[in-house]
Write a protein that binds this ligand. Structure first.
Ligand SMILES: *[C@@H]1O[C@H](CO)[C@@H](O)[C@H](O)[C@H]1NC(C)=O
Ligand SMILES: *[C@@H]1O[C@H](CO)[C@@H](O)[C@H](O)[C@H]1NC(C)=O
Ligand SMILES: *[C@@H]1O[C@H](CO)[C@@H](O)[C@H](O)[C@H]1NC(C)=O
Ligand SMILES: *[C@@H]1O[C@H](CO)[C@@H](O)[C@H](O)[C@H]1NC(C)=O
Ligand SMILES: *[C@@H]1O[C@H](CO)[C@@H](O)[C@H](O)[C@H]1NC(C)=O
Ligand SMILES: *[C@@H]1O[C@H](CO)[C@@H](O)[C@H](O)[C@H]1NC(C)=O
Ligand SMILES: *[C@@H]1O[C@H](CO)[C@@H](O)[C@H](O)[C@H]1NC(C)=O
Ligand SMILES: *[C@@H]1O[C@H](CO)[C@@H](O)[C@H](O)[C@H]1NC(C)=O
Ligand SMILES: *[C@@H]1O[C@H](CO)[C@@H](O)[C@H](O)[C@H]1NC(C)=O
Ligand SMILES: *[C@@H]1O[C@H](CO)[C@@H](O)[C@H](O)[C@H]1NC(C)=O
Ligand SMILES: *[C@@H]1O[C@H](CO)[C@@H](O)[C@H](O)[C@H]1NC(C)=O
Length: 693
């Protein structure tokens, strides 16, 4: 105990520094995960088979102690054991025990001590090494027992302490919670802290009498603590095999509200969803029903029920992190987030119980794909439930426009480097959306179902998603054989740019030349190697005569070539639109004649109602930004704004405001021609005037 006290002083000083960092980082959750990427991997000679953990947090002292027994298997002959233990975790070296399990026929199981010569951390690493006296043979199994001690933090790393105001007594209440993502399990107990090493945990946790502990699994039994009279010991059900970072618990005085949803539809669900909160309000009832509804929606979509009998949802007033901490079977969520309108946030948190916890990214470099997929699916579920009312038509346009602006700069991400991972994740999300549309909902959904089914209790890499979708698409005949979604996705994800498609129609022959190049908006367009950047692009063509067909099935995939020709296009009296509703994240340019047909059509009432909202917004957005980039004459772009005089939909207006916003922000540093600036402002003035008078 004395050592811990000593450590404390250092810890308190450090905390001040950490707190600052934590406030700044709050919104960029990917950068926190990316800390894990560069980690050294543990040698593969020894793997864990299960953990048995006893934890005793001491809230007042802000410390904890515990004992872990890890069952290990030797994959190869090996004389050392490498495992993770953070610098803050004190292992009691002299009490570490290693026992080989001997199963003798007739004699049952016996144990044989293995002598540990010495042990210690690798320099500057959170890896702890035990040097054994003898080589342990391949296929041996041993139990490693380590007593340990550590500190409870005030920032959301490892086991931390937080506070809230009791809604009835108005006094301050304390709680303990864990945040072990991405690699902080090693702050709580010595372990093999890699997502791929999924094994069951059998756990007991001590708590003061007037607190409650929720853990990954339900409570099994409670006994009086044998030594501390005001403490109890809770034993929990053995967990399913799971990654160390999904381990977690919360010790608090929050109340569990036994509100059974009135609607018996939700009665069938397994697991039970419990809500824990500081105060009761009728809103809680509503949130509870929403949670069940979201759960059922996800469950139906995946056709797979997670292997946990309960999900505890804890509404914590001032949770220091708004990011999902990925505990399996528990959602800790800020009270304000829980009461947010709509379903997106709840869906995003809940879908993590499947993608993130049940199936897990193999390494933190894949966190990006995980985030993109869960975010896309959360949008899908919100749309399934109520049409996505909460998006107010802005999904996915808000993220799409910011990508268009960022990735078409001379130097993307030059301003805020922390944005880079977020941008990549958004891009991946839009690629996933593109696949959902081009493959069709049913192929996409069935592909994902198989993906989850095949990776349960295991890990995945991004390519596993694409392979599952490819296989399903080939089976369903929704993708030409010879195409491979791995290549398609890779071309979008690996390149830090977006393509621009240019369509030049030959009206006499009924054909068109379609070519792709890097989309560059800021001039000069002097990006190195720009000729080499090519993508796999779905060319979805809508024609004036078949506008109302809700058909996203791709006509042609442009196969990473510069130019293709397409035939069987309508005659010169009809326009075509490519990439309607921004199915793929790329702008499209046309020849002047096609632009003018579009412009004239949009100026008729019939035309405006025949072209979907997102497509109208896209046409306006592309025309203006192409003019800004110098790829389209300003007069043609100006013609495309004429219909705005009649436009009353805010979604179509949003590119205008985004444009003004970005234009204003970058004008001082870009090399735009003064003439262009003047004209563009006149145009904006004109359409604002004509629309609002
Ligand atoms: C099994 O137990 C018996 C009696 O206790 C003992 O004589 C024998 O040596 C044991 N066998 C092994 C393989 O340890
Ligand atoms: C409940 O816990 C608090 C510590 O937060 C302690 O001060 C109080 O005495 C406890 N009350 C009971 C009834 O045990
Ligand atoms: C139960 O909820 C479902 C889905 O929200 C709804 O369709 C159904 O009408 C509700 N049933 C009752 C009895 O309220
Ligand atoms: C849920 O099911 C239980 C037992 O099957 C039943 O007693 C209870 O009334 C049901 N609740 C609702 C709200 O239908
Ligand atoms: C608030 O304080 C009362 C009285 O001490 C206690 O019974 C209740 O559990 C506390 N509620 C919360 C949410 O902490
Ligand atoms: C859902 O899963 C069950 C097996 O758990 C299977 O029998 C059923 O066919 C599946 N439904 C669909 C639509 O795939
Ligand atoms: C996925 O595609 C279907 C049509 O195939 C569409 O209805 C659905 O809205 C799409 N999902 C998202 C989130 O865009
Ligand atoms: C697609 O490419 C991936 C990665 O190269 C490969 O593993 C997979 O087998 C391919 N799928 C098909 C259907 O060719
Ligand atoms: C959608 O378009 C594709 C390609 O043009 C065509 O093969 C398919 O029949 C169309 N589907 C519907 C429902 O119109
Ligand atoms: C793309 O398709 C063309 C014609 O079908 C073919 O000649 C070319 O080899 C393909 N290129 C790639 C990269 O697949
Ligand atoms: C703009 O539209 C008008 C009317 O349709 C047309 O006469 C003119 O040629 C267009 N200007 C350009 C540059 O396309």
């Amino acid at each position: 105990m004395h050592t811990i006290k000593f450590v404390h002083i250092g810890v308190v000083l450090l905390l001040c520094a950490f707190q600052l960092e934590a406030t700044v980082k709050r919104d960029i959750d990917l950068s926190a995960l990316y800390k894990g990427i560069s980690e050294d991997r543990l040698p593969k000679e020894i793997i864990p088979l299960s953990y048995e953990i006893k934890l005793e947090p001491n809230i007042e002292e802000q410390t904890f102690c515990g004992l872990v027994k890890i069952k290990l298997r030797w994959i190869n002959d090996f004389k050392k054991i490498f495992l993770h233990a953070h610098f803050d975790l004190i292992l009691k070296d002299d009490k570490i025990k290693l026992q080989k399990i001997k199963r003798d026929i007739g004699n049952g199981t016996t144990f044989e001590n293995i002598i540990i010569l010495r042990s210690g951390r690798l320099p500057r690493k959170t890896i702890y090494v035990l040097h054994l006296k003898e080589i342990v043979q391949k296929d041996s199994e041993c139990v490693l027992e380590i007593p340990f001690e550590g500190n409870i933090w005030e920032t959301a790393d490892g086991l931390f302490r937080g506070y809230y105001t009791n809604s009835t007594t108005l006094s301050q209440e304390v709680y303990l919670a864990t945040n072990l993502k991405p690699n902080n399990a090693r702050r709580l107990f010595p372990c093999f802290d890699e997502p791929g090493l999924k094994v069951p945990f059998t756990v007991s946790i001590a708590r003061p009498k007037n607190f409650t502990t929720v853990f990954n699994t339900p409570l099994l039994r409670t006994i009086q603590h044998p030594v501390l009279s005001h403490y109890m010991l809770d034993y929990f059900d053995k967990t399913p095999p799971m990654s160390t970072f999904t381990f977690g618990f919360v010790v608090s005085k929050l109340n569990r509200w036994s509100i059974n949803p009135m609607n018996e539809t939700y009665n069938l669900s397994s697991p039970t969803i419990n809500i824990w909160s500081n105060k009761f309000s009728t809103e809680l009832q509503e949130v509870h029903e929403k949670l069940y509804l979201v759960y059922e929606t996800i469950n139906d979509y995946f056709n797979l029920t997670i292997p946990l009998p309960k999900i505890d949802v804890l509404a914590i007033p001032d949770l220091p992190t708004i990011n999902s901490n990925g505990i399996w079977g528990i959602l800790t969520i800020r009270e304000t987030e829980l009461f947010k309108e709509g379903y997106f946030v709840l869906a995003r948190e809940l879908v993590n119980q499947w993608i993130g916890s049940w199936i897990t990214p193999e390494w933190w470099s894949e966190a990006n794909v995980n985030k993109a997929l869960t975010s896309f699916l959360a949008a899908e579920f919100a749309m399934t439930i109520d049409g996505g009312v909460e998006f107010n038509g802005k999904y996915p346009m808000t993220i799409l426009y910011s990508l268009y602006y960022e990735l078409s700069k001379r130097y993307p991400h030059s301003r805020i480097t922390g944005m880079k991972q977020e941008t990549e994740s958004f891009k991946t999300e839009l690629v996933i959306r593109m696949l959902n549309f081009t493959l069709g909902k049913s192929t996409f959904q069935n592909g994902l179902r198989k993906f989850i089914l095949n990776h349960r209790y295991k890990t995945f890499i991004g390519d596993d998603i694409w392979i599952a979708l490819s296989n399903q698409a080939i089976k369903d005949g929704t993708l030409d054989s010879g195409l491979n979604i791995s290549y398609i996705a890779e071309s979008w994800i690996s390149q830090n740019r977006l393509p621009l498609i240019t369509v030049n129609r030959d009206y006499d022959k009924g054909t068109a030349k379609i070519n792709q190049k890097v989309y560059l908006r800021e001039r000069p367009h002097d990006v190195p190697d720009k000729e080499k950047m090519l993508w796999w692009i779905p060319i979805i063509i809508s024609r004036q005569d078949t506008l109302n067909l809700p058909n996203y099935t791709s006509k042609v995939w442009m196969n990473r070539t510069k130019e293709i020709n397409i035939a069987n296009l309508p005659d010169k009296s009809q326009f075509i639109i490519i990439n309607k509703e921004e199915v793929g994240p790329f702008p499209v340019n046309y020849d002047e004649e096609n632009w003018n047909m579009l412009s004239n059509f949009l100026q008729t009432a019939k035309g405006r109602s025949a072209i979907p909202t997102y497509t109208r917004a896209k046409l306006l957005h592309d025309a203006w930004n192409l003019a800004y980039a110098g790829d389209l004459s300003f007069a043609t772009a100006f013609n495309m704004t004429l219909f705005m005089k009649y436009e009353r939909n805010h979604i179509v207006w949003s590119p205008v405001f985004t444009f003004i916003d970005h234009f204003g922000r970058y004008i001082d540093m870009s090399e735009v021609h003064t003439k262009f600036e003047c004209t563009i402002f006149l145009a904006i003035y004109y359409i604002l005037l004509s629309a609002f008078i």
